[in-house]
Design a protein around this ligand. Sequence first.
Ligand SMILES: [Zn+2]
Length: 154
Amino acid sequence: MQINSSHKSPNFSGRNNTVIDTIIIHHTGGNDGAKTVKWFCMKDSSVSAHYVIDRDGTVYQLVPDNKSAWHAGKSWLPDAEIKSGSVNNRSIGIELVNKGDGQTIFPPEQMESLRELVIELKSKYPIAYVLGHKEVAPGRKDDPADNFDWSFVR
Ligand SMILES: [Zn+2]
């Protein structure tokens, strides 16, 4: 699939050889993809994601897969025994450009790109979990919004 890699974020860490087995889906909280990409590429923001999928379906890669992007914050897998830490090391973060109010549609072009990207990631890594940010940071995060259609990625 076509991926735009012309924007790079400085906000990442090493993975310390952790196997990638998780994909975390986010919404950005705004409908302006260019603004999101710019923000994630600023050192001062201290946030990033591996991929941002714009509303027209354009896929940006800001952090290489083999690095740990700063997308999930304090988080844990739903079946984790210890409810603390972060899933960043083991996961790929995908941000969907969407206001996140539950009313703003996730356009078909965007969902098609997401479907393709997830299939590609599953072919490269032993992905065991495809989860929303709200599932790994319950009570703290609410993305992706309730109108996100999980049938595209699970
Ligand atoms: Zn999020």
